[in-house]
Design a protein around this ligand. Sequence first.
Ligand code: PMP
Length: 344
Amino acid sequence: MSIRLVEETTPSQRRGSSPVQPRFDLTLSENPFPPLPSVLRAVNSVLAQANRYPEFLPRRLPKLIAHHLGLHSDQVVVGSGATGVAMQIIQSLMRPGAGMVYATPTFDGYPIMAEMAGVEVVPVPLDSAGNQDLWAMTRAIDKRTGLVVVCRPHNPTGTVVSASELKAFLGAVPARVPVILDEAYVEFLGAAEYIDPLALLSKHPNLLVLRTFSKAYGLAGLRIGYAFGRPEMMARVRRLQLPFGVSSAAVAAVSASYAAEPELAMRTMRITAARESLRNALRRCGIAVPLSHANFLYLPGPGVATALRRAGIAAKAYPDGSARISVGDPEADHAVLQALETLR
Ligand code: PMP
């Protein structure tokens, strides 16, 4: 299998200028399910007090998350989605002009945040199978490097670097360089691919694990994300915590979501099962879709993004004609297949 990957587009390119509303919007790797009734009830009850400020600096949410993960509160920093926390990490740990090493293409947010923070980007191309090339990333690290980002699973391909590769990579990164392990889609990993982040943290004080409630928990609109790591590292990141920056709804939503883990896990299973059957069907049509461990599929072009758009399906489009689609809505999955069946 050989897929050609190129730089991601900017958000304005992504949104496009078409005045026609698409039938399906699969651009943002969202969860197709609306919030669970129990989560909605919890959020609603807090909204009745929306005239009140939330905590000045969030304490309850880090405590809740830390308890759930078996960490201490001082190891967790929360923010406005994983994006908000990543921005906080960049601003607190990097000096302007320092280099940020990541695989490309990647989550659009990284180059955007780098530009906002005035740091240099050091994009390292994925290999031909859509994997992050960890060796090339190691070689890209120099004395100016201020941050390295590894996504597991990777966006946009959904691929996963193996545990042994990741461990070797972390061992090769100089201890003074912080590493973000972006686990935005970690809940979609199978048991065989899961790595215990606590074991990694015990060996690597420079590691920060980034997670979100936007994907498997289906709460993208509430903007809740967090990072965890060693207390000393997290104290540096916490220094830039925005006062009143996390809404009161976040604590209620997270607490209700943790109480509903089995229901949420069922949804995750449905999404991953739908992803597999769509991938198999698309591969039968001749599209070399890489094995994905997330809630999206990368569909290598050319012509894929155009065919989808013509069928009223908005996808994340890449300059070479490839596309990334979120999966799990049966109607949308069916429409994708219909749109691409005759492409090859
Ligand atoms: N990391 C990755 C790899 C992502 O794909 C995304 C969102 N698409 C994020 C972080 C940010 O997610 P959020 O800000 O919604 O938590």
